[in-house]
Design a protein around this ligand. Structure first.
Ligand code: GLC
Length: 564
């Protein structure tokens, strides 16, 4: 694998709307981010990914862009953006923006012009298709519910949207569209952006012609999930390689793909040495248990499933490329509330999850608030939910016969709003996020879980993340942590997630007791050092001694990294 400038870095995702509000509007802004760069630097972050802050009606919280060349006034100005880029550079930090180009907003001038002339130049920027016998061209269901097709007023045509109807898909088959996108990307890269996180990108290639691909319905609504078409949509990497050559490659820029539903054999094309992205997120754990029927029918993940998912991803990527590892992001519930059984949630178990994430091979991305152990929101009413996806899933659950209470419980577990509640800076009103009324309620646990209480406290979750980041950058271990081969250890032992990282300089062994009960674990060899531990000490199992430990006794949710 060729070595790249970003391999040893640590990345952090900011959801601007919920990070820090400096104006009292209730919505976070770029000035807020600038004021917290030192906080992030102190944590050890190098690369910052900003979720969208371009002009947008915010139908999908900015993932519906109406002007790619401007900052939405709610988040600030282009001057603020330039200041952010300059201030980051001063601190040797890199800024990534979100590249949302599968679709734009229906309020983008391209789409507004397309509506007035669906057969004209801008009509061809989108998918505007004739009705078939008065119906939509096919039976695909959008990610956010309902048909992918919306009638175009005053015509017998429909336009295509894989997501919300306010997010019309751009027609990547049209070379003019691709040129527009590359021009825009290069404009940002010229400004000093280090790269992009690439949104929903697998969807840019459609199975065409649309009318040929009606599939058997998978729900009573007579529709079929839009992802069903991905098997028949071949050639996405042709577009992506072109994009790389016209943009990233010229700037040595970093790109991380949001890719779902990839096939194992596609990995080299995505993240191999000549791949179209620098890296892509591993979503194997996040998609575990998904049901075609909806969230209400999905299977909750257990620690055993988690282990299996992670190891499978690691194995698939070994020798091919670098994955980006997450515990959560703005589309997921909080990882600590999802992967740790509710009754076992504690600082110790949160640190265990962090240890695993940081010791895997790949680039760690922290999602804002993860570093202080933020948890899911205790929803008591669907009225507290803003997210369109969650609201749709709630309706799906009700239609399937669940009571309102059951439906709320089912969607609360997965809701994207869990991760979108305001960042908890301190224990003052609204957790110090805003002087106004926050756009989403603050998690009531902010008085105990907040950054101020944790910074400088050696036992806090925040300090533990700092330690993990320092370890990843420690010259004595960095090479092994970044490039060492990952090999599962005692993979069949229940409640234990253990693996080697075998590097040229040393072998590390990560032992995570992913359960409440203590457990004795046999060591394959004596260890030289404990280089990370979420307890103060390591205990030896009966019969073992400090001089010659053959077994150690892991405490409840203890995670240790040993140098063998
Ligand atoms: C991606 C984003 C998500 C958004 C969707 C549509 O999955 O992460 O937040 O809703 O794309 O742009």
């Amino acid at each position: 694998m060729q070595k790249k400038w970003w391999h040893g870095k640590v990345a952090y995702q900011i959801y601007p709307k919920s990070f820090l509000d400096t104006t009292g509007s209730g919505t976070g802004d770029l000035r807020g981010i600038i004021s917290k760069l030192d906080y992030l630097k102190d944590l050890g972050v190098d690369i910052i990914w900003l979720s969208p802050c371009y002009c947008s009606p915010l139908a999908d919280q900015g993932y519906d862009i109406s002007d790619y060349y401007n900052i939405d006034p709610r988040f600030g100005t282009m001057e603020d953006m330039d200041t952010l880029l300059a201030e980051a550079k001063k601190r040797d930090m890199y800024i990534l923006m979100d590249l949302v180009v599968n679709h734009c907003s229906d309020e983008h001038p391209w789409f507004q012009q397309a509506l007035t002339d669906p057969d004209g130049k801008y009509g061809r920027y989108f998918y505007m298709e004739d009705a078939v016998d008065g119906h939509a061209p096919n039976n695909w269901r959008s990610y956010f519910g309902g048909s992918c097709w919306e009638p175009i007023p005053g015509t017998d045509k429909y336009y295509f949207h894989a997501f919300h109807k306010k997010q019309p898909d751009l027609n990547w088959e049209n070379p003019e569209v691709r040129e527009e996108i590359y021009r825009m990307m290069n404009w940002w890269l010229e400004k000093g952006l280090a790269g992009f996180r690439i949104d929903a990108i697998i969807n840019i290639k459609k199975a065409l012609p649309f009318t040929k691909y009606n599939y058997p319905a998978d729900r009573p609504d007579g529709l079929v999930r839009v992802t069903r078409m991905l098997d028949d949509a071949v050639g996405v990497t042709d577009f992506l390689n072109e994009m790389r050559d016209h943009t990233f490659a010229k700037y040595d820029a970093f790109s991380v793909g949001e890719v779902f539903n990839e096939k194992k054999e596609d990995l080299p094309a995505f993240i191999g040495d000549d791949g179209c992205f620098s890296t892509m997120f591993d979503f194997n754990e996040t998609i575990f248990g998904v049901s075609e029927k909806g969230w209400y029918d999905s299977t909750h993940i257990t620690p055993e499933d988690y282990k299996e998912c992670v190891f499978r991803s690691q194995k698939n990527a070994e020798g091919i490329g670098f994955l980006s590892n997450i515990i959560e992001n703005h589309d997921e519930p909080r990882g600590v509330s999802r992967y740790i059984p509710a009754e076992d949630l504690s600082d110790t178990s949160k640190k265990l999850l962090a240890t695993i994430q940081f010791m895997l091979k790949g680039l760690p991305f922290i999602y804002q608030g993860q570093e202080i152990g933020m948890e899911n929101f205790p929803f008591t009413s669907i009225d507290q939910v803003n997210d369109i996806n969650t609201r749709d899933e709630y309706e799906v659950a009700l239609k399937a016969g669940l009571s309102p209470e059951e439906a709320l419980a089912a969607v609360s577990y997965y809701s994207r709003d869990n991760a979108r509640t305001p960042f908890q800076w301190n224990d003052s009103p609204n957790a110090g996020f805003t002087d106004g009324t926050p756009w989403l309620p603050v998690n009531p646990n902010y008085q105990s879980i907040n950054a101020q209480a944790q910074i400088g406290n050696p036992d806090s979750v925040f300090s533990f993340y700092q330690k993990l980041i320092s370890l990843r950058k420690d010259p004595a271990y960095a090479e092994t942590i970044i490039y060492g081969v990952l090999e599962p250890y005692m993979a069949d032992t229940k409640g234990l997630m253990a693996f080697y990282r075998r590097g040229e300089a040393q072998t590390l062994l990560v032992l995570a007791n992913f359960q409440k009960e203590e457990q004795a674990v046999s060591l394959p060899a004596p260890y030289k050092n404990v280089i990370c531990n979420n307890y103060d000490t390591v205990a030896f199992a009966p019969g073992s001694s400090e001089r010659c430990p053959s077994q150690i006794q892991l405490k409840s949710y203890q995670a240790v990294v040993l140098e063998l």
